[in-house]
Structures are given as C-alpha cells and as structure tokens.
Design a protein around this ligand. Sequence first.
Ligand code: NAD
Length: 489
Amino acid sequence: MTPPTPKLEQPRMLIAGQLVEASDKATFPLFNPATGAKLVDVPEATEDDVDTTVAAAKAAFPAWSALEPAKRGACLKKLAALIREHNNELAMLEATSAGRPISGYIDGIAAASHFEHYAEAWPSIQGQASLNTPGYVTMTLRQPYGVAAAIIPWNVPLLFFAGKAAPALITGNTVVVKSSEKAPLAAAKVGELIIKAGFPPGVFSVISGHGLPSGAALAKHMDVRVLTFTGSGRTGRSIQEVAARTNLKKVILELGGKSPAIVFEDADIEKAAEETMHSIQWNSGQVCMANSRIYVQESIATAFIEAFKRKFASARSGDPTIGETNHGPQADQTQYQFVLSYIEEGKKSGSLALGGEGNLQSTGGYFIQPTIFVETPENARIMKEEVFGPVVNINVIKTEEEAIQKANDTEFGLYAAVYTKNIDRALRVAKALNSGYVGVNCTSPQTAKDLPFGGYNMSGQGREGWLHSMDNFLETKSVMMKVEAQSKL
Ligand code: NAD
C-alpha cells in the first residue's frame, strides 16, 4: 500500500537567530523517494543569505569565544535534550524525505550524544608549557578560528551535523551548517531547536540549498576560517580548490570509499556473511564506508556466497515509516538512476548472482534490489568507483598476498575489514591495508567513538572523532616570555 503523504510545514533557515525564508523567497521542491510524491518546498539560500549568515556569525564570535566554556556547554546540553525529545519526529522526517527506514534510524540519538559529549569536553582544550629554552617560559595557547562552516551530505545527515558543529562550538567558534538539498528537513528542525536551546543569535546558523550557490559561497567566503566537509570526492576537491584560491581556509574532508572486506578460510562464515551483508545493505548501501568489495578465500567461497545471498535477499523493502522495513529506497531519482547505471555496467563486466533490478515500476518509489556480482574483473568501473547503493562485488582469492594486493588496488582508503581466526594474519593484514580504519573480525558501520575516523588517499584528509575533532577547530599560538636573570646588587 502506498504510504500517505504527510502534511509538512515549509521549513525555514536559521540565520542570525531568526527562522527565515531565502532573501529572494526562492525554494526547491522535495519529494518522497518511497512514493515519488512531492512533500514540501525548501528555502534555497542565496549568496546574499550566506553573506548575512557569516556576518552574523562573525559578529557573534567575540562574545561566544570569551564565554566561560561550561556556559557554552550548557547550550549544547540543552540542544541534546531537545533532540532526544524530538527523535521520533526527526526519524519520520528522514523516513519520508530521504527514505531512511525508521527501524535503522540512529541519527537523532547519536547527534544528541555528540552534543552531550562535547558539552563536557572543554577541560581538554589545553596548550603546553615548557622551560626548555633557557631564559624563557614558553607556552602554546589553543584558540578558536572564528567562523566555522560545515557542509554535510544526505545519507546520515544529523550525525555529521552534530559531529562537526558540536566540537566547533565548544571550542569557541561560531558555526554555519549547510544541509544537503536531498535531506534538509531534520537539519531545519534542529534549527528550530537551536533557538530553544538558548544559543545567542548568530552563534549557530543552519541554511539549506544546493552546492551552487550556497555551498560554493561558503567555500569561497573570506570570513570563513575553517570548513569541514563530508560528501563526495568531486565536491571535496572543488572546495579545496576554491579555498586555495581565496583565503586558504583550513579544510577537513571526509569523502567516499570503495571499502574491501577480506574473508579467509578460517573465519566464522555465517558471522562474516551476516556482518559484511549488513555493511552493504544498511541504509540501502548509501554509506561511505560500506564494504562494496568482498574478497573471499577459495575453499569457503561457495558456502560464503550462498550464506551472503540468503541473508541479502531477505532484506525487507517497503514503506520506510513502518517498523518492519529495513530496506528503503535510494534517496532520490538521481541516486536511483546513478546506481542502476552501475548495475547495467556490472552486468557486462561481471556475473550477476542476485538482484540487478530497480523496482520503480512496481512500487512507485526508488527501490533497488539487493544486488550481488561475482567474478568481476578488478579493472571494471564497478570495482573502482563508488556506487553508493545496495550493490556488492564478491571475488575469490587464493592467498593472503593476493587479497592484500587486490584490496589495496584502489584510490580510496576509508574502511577495510579482515575476517580470520589467525591473530598473526589479522595483524599482518591490518598493517598492510591502505585504509584509515581497519576492522578485524568486524566491519563497517562498526566504529569506536574515541578512535579517529578518516580516509587515506582520495577518501579524505584530516580525522574526526571524540578525541580528535576539537583539534580541527583550534589554532595553536606559541608564546615565549623572557625571564630576566636576577640583577646582582
Ligand atoms: P555531495 O558532494 O554531492 O554533496 C555533499 C554536500 O556538498 C551537500 O550539502 C551539497 O549541497 C554540497 N555541495 C555540492 N556541491 C558543492 C560545491 N561546489 N561547493 C560546496 N558545497 C557543495 O555528496 P552527497 O551525494 O551528499 O554524499 C554522498 C557522498 O558523501 C559519497 O561520496 C559518500 O561516500 C560521501 N560520504 C563520506 C563520508 C565520510 O565520513 N567519509 C560519510 C558520508 C558520506
């Protein structure tokens, strides 16, 4: 049955403490990807809106950065409580506008826990002092940059919203978040909650719109001193170029992946199949760290592929607002067609073992069947490029050396996994994999909050995480003080 289209109020942007439309009243339409029905019109921020927002953030910076950090933390804590209170509403907004099944919705609670963590994290904003230079006391001071911008993607929007804004705010920066045009509703709702949480006007703003104009306007803005971005490599590169051409703002990039998982013959086959399947199925494969390439050792290949197929085929697709659904549609028509085009190419290069079709005709929504290819040549496009859908390539390897060579034969390096009971092999392979993250007998989306997250090579630059993100938003100043020797009278 087609789910009903909810009546939504037109979202607003939070600029200089006010909920507003775009200055020229421009909007863009948002559709429900599970049905194709139009949901609501969303403000399209103009370059003028970006200027106004950044000017307000700049004006708010001196007082916010001078505020006792525990008082900054109090606003973060209040916001966390409000997000927890509105978690179900946020889940429904993401389900209807981006197709995220409510059964797998973790973003609200995860976002709240980020704000709670950073609210208490201010005591670790510390410099160093030394007496290593004779005649001097030397020290470093850690200071905020000023205006920080965060540009976020659509796949797990509130997680990135909070993971970027919370550390920037507690360290004394003022923040402008630009949400994704594909998933702006939860961010706009949090904009309303920011006012209730008591942030002074201008300290924390949320704008909506496409990369052009508003994202690009933030990237080139001379008063934005640090920009943190999660999204595609293409956009990350463009932001880096624009930053280099303007004020050389600091840029942190969390980009895409083509993550490998290696399953050796001594692994627990059922467990490895279950976890690697979940990695590529969760959020319909729209996950930067999803293991989209699996290398399985020859002697267990048939058993592993059968177990994987059985599990992947049992994904329950349907209305994302219903608890039983665990496989939603792709986020929109563009993503749907993008994934299908890779599937068509995969059919030419590899051998289709499961799925391989879109279900738009029968469902009216952008659903794609869980899809498996086997025996795909390593140089095929589908082995090299990010598909960002429920599509996995499973290839057979004979030796450890072959597995490492193939796993590393990529420009990406976000998350790699290895399944084996042999501790020596586990550590050898973990060391050899070119990847910012390695799971041993586990795979993505499993992560640890206190480990740094980020990519090698084209998967990005910089690291985020509870012990690492504050560093992204703090400048280091060196101060040396001369200490005169006591005069001999
Ligand atoms: P995207 O690059 O298309 O868009 C991301 C954001 O950038 C959006 O807010 C968009 O409006 C904005 N943008 C687009 N063009 C811009 C420009 N020229 N200047 C400034 N901003 C611009 O990415 P997406 O499709 O939203 O997200 C999917 C991508 O994100 C995938 O490649 C995925 O792997 C990656 N991703 C990475 C991580 C990670 O932590 N490494 C996490 C999630 C997603």
